[in-house]
Design a protein around this ligand. Structure first.
Ligand code: 0A1
Ligand code: ZN
Length: 885
């Protein structure tokens, strides 16, 4: 007999038979076991005689009461309650009643990190999406919103800090010499927002006064040794609170806001009501240990989780199919926030690059799904780039279509109308319609259909009428053999850039048909259309730009994003041409035009430093690979390397000048100086490919003199990867390790530097790291640092011709699946596009996928992915006679 995975469909949604309106929880946290008692206030929904069915997994049920009367376990529901691996059922006799349960759980054995688990000796929870059912029996679905009272008891020494959602209403000693706290959360919430923390933690506190004068106490908790790394997170939190008031009119709603940082966390962070729990990676920051990118990550994720208080918590999702309602909107909000805190253009470029590297391939591969999927086996597999990043793009398009004021008006309607409710994507879009009076039914297709539209642009100039005619044609790809060809509603921010660099026209075109033509008059000849400014829609644009026209936009486009985009388009074309040549067995030529475009950028004095550094960066492997019909990783690597070497060699003096002009180890660390550091390190990067052995000394000097992690880590990476620096490699790497051996996040960086290194024989080094003391009980961060960096960031090692890289990663996934299916399932993403690879590599990847699919015991998480990757039938054949987890 083979196992079957249950598919859940959006079309099957119905309201539950019962609502739990309030819950009293008591946790007795002890070493070796935790007892959880729950008292549910339940109300029948509608007129029926159905049993109450509560979700519960991995719970040892000790006691059940209905209306305070003990219930026995029965053979059927008339005899008492029934319980199996997934549900507890009982038959109530009244319309309102109470249910008490007592269960035993084992957080210390919980390696899946869902539900209640231990991290660094502390207890903490992760309930989204379906973790609460591993804590107690409950209708663990997002439309059941209840108020919670939570009592936590624990040993005072082991766990002086005991936190849950809402306000602290009582605390004291228990009769047996332990202590307790009681928390009351007045806001009804779904169970996925429940949180509890117990342990020995230090905290940084502060206050924030809201616009209406509420004094909010802010506490960020972490291990005592990390207390000096919390200031940036606190500053980010306060900025987020102020921004949400200013931009959305949303104030914080309780007197206390807590954040707790833990080492073991499957994702980045979690927005539990008033008790956010974070991966340390997105809280801790200090110049000695965090890079500029880390500082940005902390600011963005703190904002993201805080913004969820309104978009996600006060108004939540009716069911998990609506996940992008909270995630897409919250990502859009955090992106706008980050842009406002720094540079909108720089942030936009970073976000679009990650969309193209992560979401576009997903949308064209076996996991393709609409931002609002209509079926899943495991919701955990749908915390995807499509739901998050494309979901954010949909909100950005609505923002573009309605304008800033219209969007704000719509969000005000949304919060007024739906506060305290669990709603749908349609509810959100209807608010947009009500605010603007527009019909957005065509726009809704973006939510319900997968695939990245292709937009083809053409233009022609009529010298007689001095007019330009622009034709835009959209093509919607076929996904999973399903044609969903209806045209989308696509906002095209655009401008016509005249030869003098000024815009002749600008605005937003709305492409709603398969093909549309727009004519503009009084346009000087040789004006260049700048299309999809600020990347106004998640599409692929094909446009017949000449190199000269791109050069014009690179310099004159008033949109920072499209300035960069023009350069990116130019470089991508040049790289693609050379990859084609290389694959045909011809030499790689890095033309004078490429060198010239770099020279022009290097000469510029008017450019923001971060934008300049982005303009000087070659498209990454993951930006190029999705554009190849068949991916030959080694061809992409060879061509990128040739470009880096030629640019480094030919522009050596310019890069050296730039490096020297920006190198300043005396300057104390200031975040605002990130642009200078990125120019300095970009220059050093090119120099390290120039063949100049002296550059190794510059890198070592930078390493030794660095007063911040950005410079130190950039130098370390160069020393590890640069041929001429190999004599320094072991010494510097050891120094780095011993200096930071006690800092888990920095050790992760150290591991990541090796895992990404494309030097010869690196697999042996990476394998030896798995035997190293740092890999004894790896956190998910450490697993990602090693296996994630290797599989997604080491193209040479992962795609080694003999298949050894694939085997190495597959072995790990197979081992991890039984312990932490969520992380295992995310790690398999490196194999997702295997069918696009060179046939021999494709076969080797497929061999590993088939090996994984043949494991005796397989989690539903991994099986859903493997089923999609390999195809239903092939997968089913491999599963004959096998079991699930
Ligand atoms: N809602 C969180 C992310 C998150 C999602 C799922 C998790 O476990 C399955 C954990 C965290 C956010 O968007 O930040
Ligand atoms: Zn989120």
């Amino acid at each position: 007999m083979s196992e079957t995975n249950t598919v859940t469909y959006l079309k099957d949604y119905t309201q539950p038979d019962y609502w739990v309106t309030h819950v009293d929880l008591t946790f007795d946290l002890r070493e070796g076991e935790t007892l959880v008692s729950a008292k549910l206030q339940v109300k029948k929904n509608g007129d029926h005689h159905n049993p109450l069915v509560l979700d519960g997994e991995e719970l040892q049920l000790l006691d059940v009461k209905l209306n305070n009367v003990a219930l026995a376990k029965g053979e059927n529901l008339t005899e008492g309650y029934m319980v199996d691996q997934k549900f507890l059922s009982l038959l109530p006799t009244n319309d309102t009643f109470t249910v008490n349960t007592l269960v035993r759980i084992h957080p210390e054995q919980n390696t899946a990190l869902e539900g209640l688990f231990k991290s660094g000796g502390n207890w903490c929870t992760q309930c989204e999406a379906e973790g609460f059912r591993r804590i107690t029996f409950f209708p663990d679905r997002s439309d059941n919103m209840a108020t919670y009272t939570t009592k936590i008891m624990a040993d005072q020494i082991a766990a002086p800090v005991l936190l849950s959602n809402g306000n602290l209403v009582d605390q004291g000693q228990t009769e047996d010499g332990r202590h307790y706290t009681v928390w009351e959360d007045p806001f009804p919430k779904p169970s996925y927002l429940f949180a509890l923390v117990g342990g020995d933690l230090a905290c940084l506190d502060d206050t924030f006064v809201t616009a209406s004068g509420r004094h909010v106490v802010l506490c960020i908790y972490a291990a005592a040794k990390d207390l000096n790394k919390l200031e940036h997170a606190m500053a980010s939190l306060k900025k987020s609170m102020a921004w949400d008031e200013e931009i959305y009119g949303r104030e914080y709603d309780l007197d206390l806001f807590n954040i707790v940082a833990v080492d073991d966390f499957n994702m980045g962070a979690m927005e539990n009501k008033s008790l956010n729990i974070f991966n340390t990676k997105y809280v801790l920051a200090h110049p000695n240990t965090a890079t500029d990118a880390d500082y940005e990550g902390v600011e963005g994720v703190i904002a993201h989780e805080y913004f969820h208080n309104w978009t996600g918590n006060r108004v939540t999702c009716r069911d998990w199919f609506q996940l992008c309602l909270k995630e897409g909107l919250t990502v859009f909000r955090d992106q706008e926030f980050s842009g406002d805190m720094g540079s909108q253009a720089v942030n936009r470029i970073a976000n679009v690059r990650s969309l193209r590297m992560g979401q576009f391939p997903e949308d064209a591969g076996p996991m393709a799904h609409p931002p609002r999927p209509d079926q899943f086996i495991t919701i955990n597999n749908f915390y995807t780039a499509t739901v998050y990043s494309k979901g954010a793009e949909l909100n950005r398009m609505l923002h573009t279509l309605l304008g800033k004021e219209g969007f704000r008006k719509a969000s005000d309607i949304y919060f007024d109308r739906f506060d305290g409710q669990a709603v749908t994507v349609e509810d959100w879009v209807h608010c947009m319609e009500d605010a603007s009076g527009r019909d957005l039914s065509q726009f809704l297709l973006w939510y319900t259909q997968a695939g990245t539209p292709e937009v083809k642009a053409k233009w022609s100039y009529d010298h007689g009428t001095k007019s330009i005619t622009l034709t835009l044609e959209q093509h919607i790809p076929t996904i999973n053999n399903q044609s969903n060809g209806q045209p989308r509603h696509i906002p095209v921010k655009f401008g016509l850039v005249a030869p003098d660099g000024q815009d002749v026209v600008q605005g937003v075109l709305e492409l709603t048909q398969a093909k549309q033509t727009f004519t503009f008059e009084n346009v000087p000849p040789d004006s260049v259309p700048s299309l999809f400014r600020h990347f106004s829609a998640p599409v692929n644009l094909e446009a017949p730009y000449t190199d000269d026209q791109l050069r014009h936009l690179m310099i004159h486009d008033r949109d920072g994003f499209n300035q960069w985009e023009a350069g990116n388009r130019f470089l991508t074309t040049k790289l693609m041409e050379q990859i084609d040549r290389y694959e045909r067995g011809q030499d790689i030529l890095v033309g004078e035009d490429v060198l010239d475009s770099f020279r022009r950028i290097l000469q510029r004095t008017d450019m923001d430093q971060e934008l300049m550094s982005l303009a000087l960066s070659l498209p990454a492997y993951h930006e190029i690979a999705p554009k190849r019909e068949v991916i030959d990783p080694h061809a992409i690597l060879a061509v990128r390397k040739a470009f880096l070497e030629t640019l480094g060699r030919e522009l050596h003096n310019k890069f050296l000048e730039m490096y020297n002009a920006n190198y300043d180890p005396e300057k104390s660390y200031d975040r605002a100086d990130a642009g200078r550091r990125s120019l300095q390190n970009t220059a050093l990067g090119y120099l390290s490919h120039s063949g100049d052995a002296e550059v190794a000394k510059l890198a070592v000097r930078q390493y030794s003199q660095a007063n911040n992690m950005t410079d130190r880590y950039a130098a370390l990476n160069i020393i590890i990867n640069m041929d001429e620096a190999q004599s320094y490699r072991d010494g510097v790497a050891l120094h780095f390790y011993y200096q930071f051996a006690n800092d888990a996040l920095v050790v992760d960086k150290w591991i990541g530097a090796f895992a990404r290194s494309e030097t010869d024989g690196i697999l042996q080094v990476v394998k030896s790291l798995t035997e190293h003391e740092v890999f004894k009980n790896p956190t998910p961060n450490r697993m990602r640092a090693l296996y994630g960096s290797f599989s997604q960031g080491n193209h040479k090692g992962f795609h080694a011709e003999d298949g050894s890289g694939y085997e190495f990663v597959a072995n790990f996934i197979m081992e991890l699946d039984a312990k932490n299916p969520q992380v295992a399932s995310r790690m398999i993403g490196a194999f997702e596009k295997f069918r696009q690879y060179r046939p021999d590599l494709q076969t080797k990847m497929e061999t590993q996928l088939r090996r994984m699919a043949s494991m005796e015991s397989l989690s539903t998480d991994l099986s859903e992915k493997l089923q999609r990757y390999l195809g239903k039938e092939a997968f089913a054949q491999l599963r004959v006679g096998k079991s699930g987890v």
